[in-house]
Design a protein around this ligand. Structure first.
Ligand SMILES: Cc1cc2nc3c(=O)[nH]c(=O)nc-3n(C[C@H](O)[C@H](O)[C@H](O)COP(=O)(O)OP(=O)(O)OC[C@H]3O[C@@H](n4cnc5c(N)ncnc54)[C@H](O)[C@@H]3O)c2cc1C
Length: 696
């Protein structure tokens, strides 16, 4: 589905506007006038004549309804006097506005109960009822407020500090949450755009072999680290991760301000701990949209705004997830000493949801380790999605049951995360519907290799570097949603094989076979497969998948003429722009990796293909030899390529810049990366590298 960038941009801006306007300190201001709220809270503890009586022996505050306050003379005059004394910096009109909306608010549940009843007097009228300055203070919270009282200074100050301290910290947290989101989102865009500026591109291409291309840990990149610990980032990816972590450490460490006396958190150390607790919680929430965005197929950064690959975003998704869990754990461990002594908190539902969310995010982290993804990708995927949905629900209840909606705006991060998720899912469904239901022709090429011809795909000739997620619902009746990524080759390109075969049917060796020193008898191949009528119109506009069977759904692929097929796509592996602009393009493939290299053949005028396959993949060579007939190539069956030597030879020719696209087993991809880095550092030729590894 081709969606205009303007629509994407509009959707992003709309979402950004929604996020920012619904956060504390941005669009939300829980306290309109701090001094006035401090007066209100300081008086809250004292019962009025009309308050609900607290049964004898029970501790706690009296419940005073809004109606009660609105008609209670003592409440109105005491509050008015407190405002008069403490809010001198505010204009009369501001205080009157507060008076109308908040003076009689029922403060149970943080002031979120019902709509306040209008007071019987205005602020000014209430002040006029006071004939002389009050001197009497309530003794304790059992004192019934039936006189115009003076609010105890210590009480007022503690209320003011608490309201100011907590709210300012929430505002700082929200501000830093926005910084986290904007930097996480913005750094990839800035770095991509920097690359395209005329005066920086030369410099950047010089530092590429030092910064963006090499792995940060030896030559490990696509190959997993020992003990399947995961994948090492490249230095460029590691730099992004490091910058992001440093930003977090700084934002979690600065700008704390203790305001004692404090009602919730007595003592400076306890107060600062509580603020770190708040801030790490907010940071975790702020990471949610980014976390989901980086894992999305329909990621606006991936599709439009950057030249980073899906593999890079998935790697970053994992690192952002680790940061998310780190924040959640710091938040949780700090909560223990602060709130465990408060039985009411520990017994609350929001505490229970918080504990559940903390446990869940750690569980998701462990359930996503590479050995598990390798063992069964489908089980990993289903568990990952289900647990993540429960986690998001848990996070929602954690805040909503604690503070309600629209107080500090925590729920906004969840809305943003859900919007990103639903957008991705809706786009996937849209693409599947647009591509329609197809009946594919499946051909068994032998030795576990399969060719799938899917007719009438509108994107068949959209260029190289594309893959689709194919659904074969009849192969997985119990999991019809299962879909897998495959590189696409235009069927029209593949048809060259068939067109050339009649001329070659005398049994001569193919050029490919000759070059590789291996004789391939095409006549025998034809007899084995029979001729396919792929020149018909539907297939010409279709796509071809070449698949190496694995242990899951691909194991069930068998020769047939009408396999029910749905497609979500196409998606770019990575931007092809830089590679297309190179003087020379080297395509380096191993085995089934040839599928993502084939479409390049029609996309660049100066190409050489290096392809090595095992003896068992000879059928694959035979299948695509027609496509390769007119290009410069080095195809080896049963023999390996000397990557360093071939790159050095190409660099010696004196090209200004060489594009290298590699696709195949992890070892080959990592060898090519290491060789490109080494040769790139040595000479004057610059290299663009695109790694299409078939694993994430
Ligand atoms: C961008 C891309 C393009 C690809 N193109 C091709 C191609 O042209 N030809 C080809 O033969 N293979 C290709 N692959 C690999 C192919 O997707 C897997 O081999 C296929 O998903 C295996 O399916 P299965 O159920 O039989 O595998 P299983 O045996 O269940 O899994 C084998 C391995 O495949 C990977 N895998 C499984 N499902 C997925 C998934 N949904 N998403 C990502 N990885 C998964 C996992 O690493 C897993 O360990 C490509 C992979 C990617 C990421």
């Amino acid at each position: 589905m081709r969606t205009s960038p303007a629509i994407w941009l509009a959707a992003c801006l709309l979402q950004a506007n929604l996020v920012f306007s619904n956060l504390v300190g941005f669009g939300l201001h829980p306290f309109k006038i701090y001094c006035a709220s401090a007066c209100q809270w300081a008086l809250q503890a004292y019962p009025l004549e009309c308050s609900e009586k607290i049964p004898k022996g029970f501790l706690g505050w009296a419940t005073t309804s809004s109606e009660c306050k609105a008609n209670d003379t003592a409440w109105l005059t005491t509050l008015a006097w407190c405002l008069h004394v403490n809010c001198k910096a505010h204009r009369m009109s501001e205080l009157q506005a507060f008076w109308e909306t908040d003076a009689t608010r029922d403060m149970t549940n943080f002031g979120n109960t019902g709509t306040p009843v209008p007071p019987k007097w205005s602020y000014e009228e209430s002040l006029q009822q006071i004939t002389e300055p009050p001197r009497k203070m309530p003794v304790d919270t059992t004192t019934v407020l039936n006189f115009t009282a003076l609010v105890p200074e210590i009480e007022y100050q503690a209320q003011l500090n608490t309201a100011l301290g907590v709210t300012k910290e929430q505002e700082t947290g929200a501000e830093y949450g926005v910084i986290i989101l904007v930097t996480g989102f913005g750094i990839p865009i800035i770095l991509t755009w920097l690359y395209h500026l005329p005066f920086t591109s030369g410099l950047l291409s010089k530092i590429t072999p030092y910064l963006t291309q090499p792995s940060s840990l030896g030559t490990y990149s696509v190959r997993p680290l020992p003990f399947l610990l995961g994948n090492a980032p490249t230095i460029g990816q590691a730099a992004y991760i490091a910058i992001f972590f440093i930003i977090h450490i700084v934002l979690m460490s600065v700008n704390y301000r203790s305001m004692q006396p404090h009602l919730y958190y007595p003592g400076e150390s306890m107060e600062i701990k509580a603020y770190i607790f708040y801030r790490t919680g907010i940071a975790a929430y702020a990471l949610l949209p980014l976390l989901i965005l980086f894992a999305s197929r329909n990621n606006v950064l991936l599709l439009w705004l950057t030249n980073w690959s899906h593999a890079t975003y998935l790697l970053l998704h994992r690192w952002v997830a680790r940061l998310f869990v780190l924040h959640a754990l710091v938040h949780s461990f700090l909560a223990l000493p602060i709130f465990l002594p408060q039985q009411a908190v520990v017994d609350s539902d929001y505490w229970a949801w918080g504990v559940a969310a903390a446990v869940l995010c750690v569980a998701i982290l462990f359930a996503s380790v590479l050995p598990l993804r390798r063992w069964s990708y489908e089980i990993f995927l289903v568990t990952h999605v289900v647990l993540s949905v429960i986690l998001v629900v848990g996070l929602w209840y954690h805040v909503v049951l604690w503070i309600g909606l629209d107080s500090y705006g925590y729920e906004t991060w969840i809305y943003a995360a859900c919007a990103v998720w639903f957008f991705d899912r809706a786009a996937r469904v849209g693409k599947v519907l647009k591509n329609g239901v197809r009946r594919s022709k499946v051909t068994d090429l032998g030795n576990g290799y399969i060719r799938v011809d899917i007719p009438r795909a509108s994107f068949a000739n959209d260029g190289p570097g594309l893959h689709v997620y194919a659904y074969f619902p009849t192969l997985s009746l119990w999991r019809p949603w299962e879909n897998h990524p495959f590189s696409i080759v235009p069927t029209s390109l593949m048809s060259r094989v068939e067109r050339q075969r009649p001329e070659q049917s005398s049994g001569s060796s193919s050029p490919t076979a000759k070059e590789s020193g291996v004789h391939i008898n095409v006549h025998d191949v034809e007899k084995h497969h029979g001729f396919r009528d792929t020149a018909s119109a539907p297939l010409e506009t279709g796509i071809t998948l070449l698949i190496k069977k694995s242990m899951g759904i691909t194991k069930h692929l068998k020769a047939t003429d009408g396999l029910l097929t749905l497609m979500d796509g196409p998606y770019h592996n990575t931007s092809t722009r830089e590679i297309r602009h190179c003087d020379r393009l080297l395509l380096i493939g191993g085995g089934i990796g040839i599928t993502s290299l084939l479409p390049w053949i029609a996309s660049h005028p100066n190409i050489k293909l290096f392809w090595s396959v095992k003896e068992s993949a000879r059928c694959l060579v035979e299948e695509v030899q027609g496509v390769l007939s007119e290009i410069e190539k080095d195809v080896r069956v049963g023999r390996r390529l000397d990557i360093s030597r071939l790159l050095e030879q190409e660099a010696d020719v004196g090209y200004c810049n060489i594009g290298v696209v590699v696709s195949g087993p992890g070892g080959l991809c990592d060898d090519v990366r290491a060789a490109v880095v080494a040769v790139g550092k040595k000479g004057s030729t610059s290299f663009e590298l695109d790694v299409d590894a078939y694993s994430w």
